[in-house]
Write a protein that binds this ligand. Structure first.
Ligand SMILES: NC(=O)c1ccc[n+]([C@@H]2O[C@H](COP(=O)([O-])OP(=O)(O)OC[C@H]3O[C@@H](n4cnc5c(N)ncnc54)[C@H](O)[C@@H]3O)[C@@H](O)[C@H]2O)c1
Length: 252
């Protein structure tokens, strides 16, 4: 029950890493509102979390739409009687080498990953301040630090998330609001299917993973979830403006 009494808005937590984190938050006693563009899946996550101590509910939210994000924050704060934690998982990947990359794809990855994170933090910060402080956790990627061929647009957008996180942490520190980013490496979710196809299929991808990941395999969403629990908990109260890599040792 490391999050007993915490009230968390988790945006993009309907599936994958976010879903695993939402279940871990609920299991640790947090109230959760799962906001996602995929409402049926968000409902499924909430149903799976049901029975744990705190509030659990879902709502529809599209991080590309500023008003939708503003309304999601207001609804989450009203439903739970306050907000202590914002976690943003919403992400989009578009692949292709820079020379052939379409402007529309560049805009799409920035809209969801970078602009969406900005909107979420913009509206959650006053709510966290009203609660006397709290924790904002963004989701970047190892690609946002190290890049990878075919991922220039996605890497740039995730790099923007890191820079935003570090700047925001300095703005909000006086209000006792901590801001950190999680940087997953290769985590086994369908999100990566296009990247795996670009790399030549499952076999070729597996070979690359065995070569570049010291632990020799992809991670699972359950193996990333605990870092979000830690960053939302009081155990991390002296940690802000950080990039937390969960990557099997890939960055070393
Ligand atoms: N899987 C990996 O290897 C990996 C690695 C590094 C970073 N990440 C990041 O982790 C996060 C979660 O990825 P995942 O692998 O769990 O994939 P996922 O597709 O399961 O999760 C993405 C979630 O974001 C939601 N979403 C997408 N667009 C949205 C929008 N416009 N508004 C609201 N919600 C939206 C989706 O419905 C989904 O629930 C993403 O930000 C991704 O970039 C994943």
């Amino acid at each position: 029950m490391r999050l007993a009494g915490k009230r968390a808005l988790m945006i993009g937590a309907a599936t994958g890493i976010g879903q695993a984190a939402a279940l871990a938050f609920a299991a640790n006693g947090a109230g959760i509102v799962v906001a996602d563009i995929n409402l049926p899946a968000a409902d499924g996550t909430v149903a799976a979390a049901a029975g744990d101590a705190g509030h659990a509910s879902a709502l529809a939210c599209d991080v590309r739409d500023e008003h939708s994000v503003r309304d999601a924050v207001a609804t989450a704060e009203a439903r739970m009687g306050g907000l202590d934690t914002l976690v943003v998982f919403a992400g989009l990947q578009r692949l292709g080498h820079a020379e052939g990359f379409a402007a529309a794809d560049w805009d799409a990855v920035f809209d969801v990953n970078a602009r969406g994170t900005f909107f979420a933090a913009k509206y959650a910060a006053p709510a966290l301040r009203r609660a006397g402080g709290g924790s904002i956790i963004t989701t970047s990627s190892l690609a946002g630090l190290r890049g990878a061929p075919g991922m220039t647009g996605y890497a740039a957008a995730k790099g923007a998330v890191i820079a935003f996180t570090v700047a925001l942490a300095q703005e909000l520190a006086p209000d006792n609001i901590r801001v950190n980013s999680v940087l997953p490496g290769w985590i086994d979710t369908p999100f990566n299917n296009p990247a795996i196809a670009l790399m030549g299929g499952v076999e070729a991808h597996g070979e690359v993973v065995r070569r570049i990941v010291p632990l020799g395999r992809q991670g699972t969403p359950d193996e990333v979830a605990p870092i979000y629990v830690f960053l939302a908990s009081e155990e991390s109260r002296y940690i802000t403006a950080k990039q937390m890599m969960v990557d099997g040792g890939m960055a070393h």
